[in-house]
Design a protein around this ligand. Sequence first.
Ligand code: C2E
Ligand code: MG
Ligand code: MG
Ligand code: MG
Length: 273
Amino acid sequence: IAKERPGTSFHFFSEEMDIRSFESIKLENDLYKAIERDEFLIHYQPQFNYKDGKITGVEALLRWDHPEQGLIPPDQFIPLAEETGLIVTIGEWILRKACTQMKDWHERGFALGTMSVNLSVHQFEQKNLFEIIQQILKETELAPSYLELELTENLIVKNKDLTMQTMKELKALGIKLAIDDFGTGYSSLGYLQNLPISKLKIDKSFIDQMLDDRSAITNTIITLGQNLNLEVIAEGVETKEQADNLLAQNCTLMQGYYFSTPKEADEIFNQYA
Ligand code: C2E
Ligand code: MG
Ligand code: MG
Ligand code: MG
């Protein structure tokens, strides 16, 4: 098309933009329908204590089984779900589903410690987030201490007062709070001290850099966690070398492909229960 109209490169670009927005409009429409069509599913990734090899919990990770495109990873539709506000409905769905799963495992004798669920900025800005979570726990009869919510630093610093208040309420109910992708965001160390959290998740990027004598960051986060009395878990551990190295630095909790990729609920039960 650009060839047919020499010099009109503007036209070429604008057409490209039209195509892109058409695709994103289609995806947006599909996203609206995905809930009622029951196209979302959860994969669970185990977390381990590397010292004794025991599973300590799982993280619930959202997947979209799109009718034409197949399984779509969250990075490809969560931003859109955030933009459109659909994340609120989807987030409520995943919380209910994950808590129901955890309760079911417990009833079948699989004594898993924590079910971790990721929360996004928009979800945390909902006024009634606390009531919704409380309601879901009541409905599913899951004790709050088995639920862990993963928040990012950017979420926490975005609306400090509201976030702090909601976090305090959630903690008072007995829910655990973890900071996801720790070290990549904008929270200050001074602020961290006052947060009602119980765990730091070291971002995968620091685990990747750790070998070749570059463990300064992981070491610092692990020590920080110890000093603040927080649990520390390493994310994205892919090799035995990394796992051994982390253990030598006194980090025992780990999650990553070296141990297991995210899997369907039944697979988790069959393998670890
Ligand atoms: P996250 O919460 O930091 O989750 C960890 C991501 O790293 C997951 O990707 C997981 O599959 C991947 N991962 C774990 N171990 C390894 C490893 O050893 N190597 C590599 N290369 N990757 C590993 P996933 O499932 O694609 O999720 C991406 C992000 O999407 C999550 O990052 C989280 O921020 C977001 N997300 C996932 N589910 C939900 C959800 O239900 N709600 C919200 N708000 N966000 C979600
Ligand atoms: Mg997470
Ligand atoms: Mg993470
Ligand atoms: Mg992430």
